[in-house]
Design a protein around this ligand. Structure first.
Ligand code: HEC
Length: 335
């Protein structure tokens, strides 16, 4: 028998090899195209939509969102995995990349931020890119609406929960205050909306941020859905857990947000109300642990009317809470 193969046979063999390798890719190496978010947030420009310019962000813990840099708005979020590049890599799905989860709308208007007049579309919107937090990679989007600088971060404290955080850094150009800022959304698209202290929302869904407020937190509870695509890789990185679940309400630099800063957590004397009685405490490990596990057991003076702390046990397991405790203990000054 001749060993020489005829040309058509060679073509056939090559075709068979190609088909097999394609199957091999699909069956055993599927994970390679599934971008896994581990201990750092991932910011990815890719086509997840019919709007090619959107930026996809995958946060550790299974929360992801799409940000539109043209209109500078959060478009939608999803919980589960991040992105699946398989269709892109194998050339079957054109340029589109699938999101690994169910698209959840957050009620954002097409142009949510307005300056001075809630009903006037902004004249100019300029996207200035984003800054990444050093340790966690969490992005802060930087942009200007009618020349007023705005910084926006998007976080999630738990299942079906989305937090939009807006900061208004001092504008170096103008000496006066910025105008009143409005954030427009459709409140019926979500289950509930909670706002940081000085914000007000009208029935039509316009949130007003007063001129002298430099920081705003808008917390959305989404309508629950049946979908259970969750592939969490629970992280035990304490700093990361702080950044994901506490940072928005508790700073490390002494600034007051929704809750007290952690800058002097271990040294500050505070008055708390426990069982309707006031008592003075200096934080020890037990107090801090209790503050996390039973946030309502002792309320710090001055925060009686603050937005309630979230029940973190719904989101974090025991190991993660221990890791968070360790991170907080490391903030303790040396004796
Ligand atoms: C939505 C805002 C919010 C989030 C998110 C939040 N907290 Fe709080 N936290 C508060 C408020 C408000 C208080 C003060 C009222 C009270 O004592 O419960 C507080 C109080 C505390 C205290 C007591 C502080 C003191 O000085 O006595 C600790 C400790 C604490 N939180 C830890 C955490 C940790 C750890 C996380 C993240 C897992 C977290 N919190 C997430 C709002 C929040």
């Amino acid at each position: 028998m001749s060993l020489r193969l005829k040309l058509p046979t060679v073509y056939l063999l090559v075709a068979i090899i190609l088909v097999c390798s394609r199957l091999f890719i699909d069956d055993t190496h599927a994970g390679e195209f599934d971008i896994m978010v581990r201990d750092r947030a991932i910011v990815q420009r890719c086509v997840t939509d019919h709007d090619a310019r959107n930026i996809a962000v995958g946060m550790p813990g299974g929360f992801s969102f799409s940000f539109d840099p043209v209109r500078c708005r959060l478009v939608y979020v999803w919980f589960g995995g991040f992105l699946d590049f398989r269709s892109e890599a194998t050339g079957r799905g054109g340029l589109m990349v699938d999101i690994l989860g169910v698209k959840r709308h957050v009620g954002t208007a097409l142009l949510p931020l307005r300056m001075g007049d809630a009903h006037r579309d902004p004249g100019t919107i300029r996207f200035d890119g984003y800054r990444k937090e050093l340790v966690t990679g969490i992005p802060t989007f930087l942009f200007r609406v009618d020349d007023v600088p705005v910084e926006q971060r998007v976080l999630s404290f738990g299942p079906d929960q989305v937090t939009i955080e807006l900061t208004f850094p001092e504008s170096h150009r103008s000496e006066s205050h910025r105008p009143v800022c409005y954030y427009q959304m459709d409140p019926t698209a979500v289950k509930s909306v909670e706002l940081s202290e000085r914000l007000r929302m009208s029935d039509s869904g316009v949130i007003e941020i007063p001129v002298d407020e430099t920081w705003a937190q808008i917390r959305l509870q989404l309508h629950p859905i049946k979908d259970t695509f969750v592939r969490k890789e629970p992280t035990t990185n304490g700093h990361l857990l702080y950044a994901l679940h506490c940072m928005s309400c508790h700073t490390l630099d002494g600034k007051k947000r929704i809750g007290p800063s952690f800058a002097d957590l271990w040294t500050r004397k505070r008055t708390v109300t426990r069982d309707k009685r006031a008592e003075e405490v200096i934080a020890d490990e037990q107090y801090v642990r209790e503050s996390i596990l039973q946030p309502q057991a002792a309320i710090v003076e001055g925060y009686e009317n603050a937005n309630k702390m979230v029940d973190i046990r719904k989101t974090l397991n025991d190991k993660q809470i221990d890791a968070l405790m360790k991170f907080l203990l490391d903030l303790k000054p040396m004796e």
